[in-house]
Ligand binder design. Structure first.
Ligand SMILES: [Zn+2]
Length: 55
């Protein structure tokens, strides 16, 4: 029996549209393409309703 939990690799702010991608090298989030609003508190779409990332 093997269960692999895949952590989220991408998240989007529902308030300003900021998109970040998980960087394993630095073990942190990096801006992917859309920086959004730097003063935004960011409400990430992966909060609470995380769905496994599937290819
Ligand atoms: Zn935001």
């Amino acid at each position: 029996m093997s269960v692999t939990i895949t952590p989220p690799t991408e998240r989007t702010c529902e308030l300003c549209g900021r998109v970040e991608r998980w960087d394993e090298d630095v073990e942190g989030w990096r801006i992917d393409e859309e920086p959004g609003d730097v003063y935004c508190i960011h409400d990430w779409d992966i909060n609470g309703t995380y769905a496994p990332f599937q290819e």
